[in-house]
Design a protein around this ligand. Structure first.
Ligand code: C5P
Length: 230
């Protein structure tokens, strides 16, 4: 069954160690898909001003900071993040309820409700966790916690989409990395799916990095992926 919501989005992960390479990819891809994900590497290099600049140019940003600390510290970080104008940022669900609730309150206030907060379940680079629990069970357990605490959605792999949709409904958002077009190398990702599979399973948004950024023609690759998602 195709459970896809309309218009699954595609965030291109800008995993670069320098500004010039990041800007070159943004310039090529922005005209056809102005959605980008910035993680710790680039954020530590060129920081908040780059996020603000892209937002002011009309880009839709996912700030992938994966916050995980005591509630007071995470709330402080998210108060700072809220003014940047990103559409999404995230915390680790393992940080617990107090941390999550402090994060939600801080972000809601500082972003005026503009930035959605997602919870990281189990990294898509992990194929197994502690003995006695399957990854799917652990992801679902964490997704249910995130939902009950009031997070907007979760980061998970395509493999858990069906069960999350079934248990938590169509409004709870899913941001899905570990995406590889057919025939691409998995690299360090363990729980992978093609863009089409993830869309059909109901992903709200996909995150794709290296298949685009290492492609000889990133714009054509992005275009092909977008077409395959329709
Ligand atoms: O290059 P690739 O497509 O594997 O990039 C995936 C991106 O998604 C990376 O930036 C990675 O940090 C991010 N991500 C992930 N797994 C998560 C959360 C984020 O791979 N659970």
């Amino acid at each position: 069954m195709n459970t896809a919501p309309l218009n699954t989005g595609l965030y291109c992960a800008l995993d670069f160690d320098n500004e010039a390479d990041a800007r070159a990819i943004v310039e090529r891809i922005k005209p056809i898909n102005p959605k980008f994900k910035i993680g710790l590497e680039l954020f530590c290099k060129i920081g908040p001003s780059f996020v603000r600049e892209l937002v002011s140019e009309g880009c839709d940003m996912f700030l992938d900071l994966k916050c995980y600390d005591i509630p007071n510290t995470v709330a402080g970080a998210l108060r700072a993040v809220g003014s940047l104008g990103a559409s999404y940022t995230n915390i680790h669900i393992s940080g617990g309820e107090q941390m999550a609730r402090a994060a939600i309150d801080a972000l809601k206030e500082s972003s005026n409700g503009k930035t959605k907060l997602l919870g990281v379940t189990v990294l898509t680079s992990m194929g197994q966790i502690v003995a006695g629990t399957s990854v799917e069970e652990d992801v679902l357990r964490k997704a249910k916690l995130a939902h009950s605490w009031g997070l907007d959605g979760v980061v998970c792999s395509a493999r858990e989409l069906e069960i999350i949709r079934k248990e938590l409904g169509p409004e709870f958002e899913t941001m899905v990395p570990g995406i590889r077009p057919a025939g691409e190398s998995a690299g360090d990702q363990a729980r992978i799916a093609t863009p089409q599979e993830a869309v059909c399973l109901g992903a709200t948004n996909l995150v794709i990095g290296r298949p685009i950024t290492k492609s000889p023609d990133p714009k054509a690759t992005t275009q092909a992926i977008l077409e395959s998602m329709c």
